[in-house]
Design a protein around this ligand. Structure first.
Ligand code: SF4
Ligand code: MG
Length: 327
């Protein structure tokens, strides 16, 4: 079965400074990443802030176009589609943002916010939109009380439910959720995550879930991709990744995730230094300046993204037979 989303060696740079004699400075935000998302699956992108997970999300929604590589959606290459050509696909791909407050219009009633995408994507009358908004609010655990009020009257968790109802209004097949629970209290986080899972089952939704927090994505993910400085360093099924992380960066991230059973607690790996600037990223493996296992070759040669087990890819020379043979 063909995946719903295919990201093929995608690159995206932004001009940060005009330089003399063609010495323009580019920020190489996304530096050649590839992954697929199956229909009905939840794929999570995880990494520290500044690793350009959000840029990747925006490339998948085609809010951004890649400089190189391709993004496929539903078996169609959407990388170079014009805005006009993208229009019918816009309703298939919806976003849920981190800060529901910032993304909700303060002057609109909740029922208007929820039904707003239908103004563009449907010919429903205002009465029909109200009716649909009421149904959508019910689906996310809200009701007619909320419908007639304004978003600022509600808590962060309720606002995120409003944002989710709005995304659902056009019956999308893919939802890109960018840090959807990061601003919420832990107890509210699990409620919203459970809601997202229920909705996924009910509507066969596919999720691209973006988070800096590996403990948040554990329950919701089918597969996880770990990003570091614009590169994908490891992808694996959820259980495989948590039980057998291969990349030194994944191991460090996981070592700081709290585990319920203290016997299972691994020693915390503290990484030295900060994430380097993506304007002048490190040569070779971008992680080499912070990697506890760094070898000489890591400073020169960028590791390939290789499948080491079925469905488990890693970009690290430690797992590259050819590099190991070279010694
Ligand atoms: Fe560390 Fe080298 Fe692997 Fe990069 S390639 S993660 S520097 S061991
Ligand atoms: Mg699932």
């Amino acid at each position: 079965k063909a995946p719903l989303v295919e990201v093929k060696d995608v690159r995206k740079s932004f001009l940060v400074r005009k330089g003399w004699f063609g010495g323009d400075k580019y920020l190489r935000a996304v530096d050649g990443i590839s992954f697929d998302i199956g229909k009905g699956e939840t794929f999570s992108l995880v990494g520290e802030s500044g690793c350009d997970k959000s840029t990747t999300g925006r490339l998948v929604t085609r809010l951004l176009a890649p400089n190189e590589g391709e993004v496929w959606f539903g078996g169609q290459n959407i990388s170079r589609l014009s805005d006009h050509q993208m229009r019918p696909l816009r309703k298939e791909i919806q976003m849920v943002f981190q800060d529901p407050y910032a993304s909700l219009n303060p002057r609109m009633k909740v029922k208007e916010i929820v039904a707003e995408p239908l103004l563009i994507h449907s010919k429903l009358s205002s009465h029909e939109r109200d009716k649909l908004a009421a149904e959508l609010l019910e689906e996310v655990g809200l009701n007619s009380y909320h419908a007639e009020r304004y978003a600022h009257e509600f808590s962060g968790g309720q606002r995120q439910r409003i944002g989710i109802a709005r995304a659902l209004s056009v019956r999308p097949s893919l939802i890109v959720a960018d840090e959807p629970v990061s601003a919420l209290d832990v107890s509210i986080q699990s409620q919203v995550l459970n809601l997202l899972q229920d909705l996924q089952e009910r509507y066969g939704l596919t999720y691209l879930f973006i988070s800096h927090d590996l403990s948040v994505v554990e329950h919701i993910s089918d597969r996880i991709g770990v990003m570091y400085l614009g590169t994908l360093v490891e992808t694996a099924g959820k259980d495989e990744l948590y039980e057998r992380p291969l990349h030194p960066y994944t191991q460090a991230l996981l070592s700081s995730v709290p585990v319920p059973d203290p016997k299972l607690k691994k020693e915390r790996i503290i990484l030295k230094g900060d994430i380097p600037s993506p304007v002048d990223p490190p040569s070779g493996c971008r992680f080499h300046t912070r990697c506890p296992a760094c070898m000489d070759i890591c400073k020169q040669l960028k590791p390939e993204f290789l499948e080491v087990e079925p469905g488990h890819q890693v970009a690290c020379h430690l797992f590259d037979e050819n590099v190991r043979r070279m010694g």
